[in-house]
Write a protein that binds this ligand. Structure first.
Ligand code: FES
Length: 612
């Protein structure tokens, strides 16, 4: 066995010779990005070897890292095998959640009407003339003779009643008695709403008596080590022995970390949390529940189930009241999950009578259109470009990410998250950068950088050194010498622009097909709602400039925050909304884009940038 010490986290582990550093970091409980699932193609898993285990760079490292990075000891964790004891530096994870936990929106005006109820009772004491059994005595008092009771509660009932003078509080969820507590605890009634994203998991703790959100916590979805996209993870689950369990353990573990954080923030006892309501895409639903998603990946994309699943918390190992219920809301189709149900609930799309589209851009893109009271939806393989994946120096919206770029007074201005030097570019920055460079005349509407060698006069003097030939074609230097250690520049490459075009083309084409199917055009849209953190922060003007959105007046484009997560909070806090959630899938017509003969043409037409 060989020793690997990770700094600055100061974790020491032992691994077998030949284990790669990505697996070793995972074994040490450390998070290293692994967008390409260890194929050596994304370049995101870079760590720095400080001592030992220095060897010749792998082919993937030569491809993904600059000479100065290689010289400084940077390696790709997924391709670098441990052959000696070593010390490895893992970059500290930057907080990429603030945008997801502080977005406006929510359930402020919702009337609390929780599914879980608490009733305090004082029972008559048994006597020789009143020999009714303890459980029946309780159920008669409640006037709920048909409640089901689990053995765990029944086992402790006689002592519980007698130790508390026959005064107890009963917790009921639907037809189940889930807990019996000493005394009157009716003021302690809590639940947690989760939004399980492919990239980020967000949990919100609610007081179910008032529907108030008491705390929010988030974490990176640790399944990321098996790939940034759902297909890589499905492949891992179906092809690696024990893979499905690994994926389930990762997401349940992360949910438990979030629960711990929420309880710590609010000082609420875990036993007083009685319900969890979750939204997520269909694949996340399968992983969370430990159900084989293998047939979701190939056509015809069949999930194992689409209905809502309702299980006991102890079955999944979730650290709330063990008898608490865990409800994963229903999915609409293989690639349109309960997160889209959440968007529909939070934006009232199931009740609107105007013409409105909602676009939820995350690691995938889901679109919903309501027209004449009819709901249609589709999903597009927008790819994770908007989350910074597949972008050479892309990153999520964390400290150091370029989040906004503008072309002002003949120069490019940048805005960076946090008080820190730029170290990458996130989705909103990427769209802004493309729009700004279009405005500056450095990108053609086709998406190509203008050729500074053939057309030197077209490049403004101030950009002459910044638009240059790079290893993969032309590239624009956003921040010269951004990487202080190596002096490397932070660049936007031609490949990045192509990724952006593919992603925005897929979203736009999906929307055009929904409109076409409804027999209307983009001019008929009364509103376009942008859901999700990305939708909240993207600048409408830039999204319009690059043709991500239809050419509507900006006031018709509205950011609605984390609508999927809001939908889950609403379904947790309100029985009426829960009932709507359960019937929403049957009201939505799903359009499968891959079977549409017109998709390819519409998609290809949607690829160019339009510079208005
Ligand atoms: S290059 Fe290592 S995970 Fe992608």
């Amino acid at each position: 066995m060989l020793k690997v010490k990770f700094i600055p986290q100061n974790k020491l582990i032992e691994v077998e010779s030949g284990t790669n550093l990505l697996k070793a970091a995972d074994q040490a409980g450390l998070y290293v990005e692994g967008d390409c699932a260890g194929k050596g193609t994304c370049g995101k898993c870079r760590v720095k070897v400080i001592e030992g285990n220095r060897g010749d760079p792998t082919d993937a490292e030569k491809e993904q890292l600059s000479d100065s990075e290689l010289k400084a000891g940077w390696v790709l964790a997924c391709t670098r095998k441990v052959e000696q004891n070593c010390v490895v530096e893992v970059p500290l994870q930057r907080d990429a959640y603030t945008r997801k936990t502080t977005m406006p929106g929510g359930v402020e005006n919702l009337e609390a009407e929780p599914f879980v109820e608490k009733i305090a009772v004082k029972l008559d004491l048994p006597a020789l003339k009143d020999q009714v059994a303890d459980l029946e005595r309780l159920l008669i008092k409640l006037d709920r003779p048909n409640l089901t009771v689990n053995l765990r509660e029944l086992a402790g009932l006689p002592a519980l009643l007698r130790n508390n003078g026959f005064s107890v509080t009963v917790v009921i969820s639907g037809s189940r008695l889930i807990s019996i507590e000493p005394g009157d605890t009716t003021d302690q009634l809590y639940g947690i709403a989760f939004d399980i994203g492919t990239t980020t998991i967000v949990g919100s703790l609610l007081d179910l008596k008032t529907a108030a959100v008491l705390a929010v916590a988030a974490a990176t979805n640790p399944q990321n080590i098996y790939g940034a996209d759902v297909i890589s993870r499905i492949t891992h689950a179906s092809q690696v022995k024990g893979g499905l369990k690994q994926l389930q353990d990762k997401v349940i573990g992360s949910a438990n970390e979030i629960i711990r954080d929420l309880l710590r923030q609010t000082k609420i006892a875990r036993d007083h949390v009685y319900e969890i309501v979750i939204v997520g895409n269909t694949t996340m639903s399968h992983f969370f529940m430990g159900v084989d998603p293998a047939y979701l990946a190939p056509a015809p994309f069949i999930p194992a189930y689409s209905r809502a699943l309702d299980v006991e918390a102890s079955e999944l190992g979730l650290k709330i009241n063990p008898a608490g219920r865990v409800v994963f809301l229903p999915n609409i189709a293989g690639y349109i999950g309960s997160d889209t149900v959440g968007v529909i609930l939070a934006t009232n799309m199931d009740r609107r009578r105007d013409i409105c589209a909602a676009i939820d851009i995350g690691t995938n893109g889901e679109l919903v259109l309501v027209a004449n009271g009819k709901l249609t939806a589709c999903s597009t393989a927008a790819g994770p470009a908007f989350e910074g994946a597949q972008i050479k120096q892309g990153m999520r919206a964390a400290a150091g990410a370029i989040e906004a770029v503008s072309y002002v007074n003949g120069d490019i201005e940048l805005s960076i998250i946090g008080n820190t030097p730029a170290c990458g570019i996130c989705g909103s920055g990427l769209i802004d950068a493309a729009a700004a460079l279009l405005d500056a005349g450095l990108i053609e509407p086709s998406g190509r950088f203008i050729n500074p060698e053939e057309n030197p006069d077209e490049v403004p003097a101030c950009f002459k050194d910044r638009l240059r030939r790079g290893p993969g074609g032309f590239e624009f230097v956003l921040v010269p010498g951004a990487k202080s250690e190596t002096g490397d520049d932070l660049v936007l490459t031609q490949g990045d622009l192509r990724e952006l075009q593919l992603a925005k083309g897929a979203i736009y084409a999906g929307l055009m097909i929904l409109l076409k199917e409804a027999g209307i055009s983009e001019n008929d849209l009364d509103q376009v709602l942008l859901a999700g953190a990305f939708g909240n922060y993207v600048r409408k003007e830039s999204a319009l400039t690059i043709g991500l959105l239809p050419q509507l007046p900006p006031e018709k484009i509205i950011a609605v925050g984390n609508a999927a997560g809001d939908g889950s909070k609403m379904a947790l806090a309100s029985k009426a909304v829960r009932a709507r959630a359960l019937t929403t899938p049957e009201k939505v017509e799903h359009l499968e884009l891959s079977t549409r003969p017109d998709f390819q043409d519409i998609f290809v037409n949607a690829l160019p940038f339009r510079n208005n």
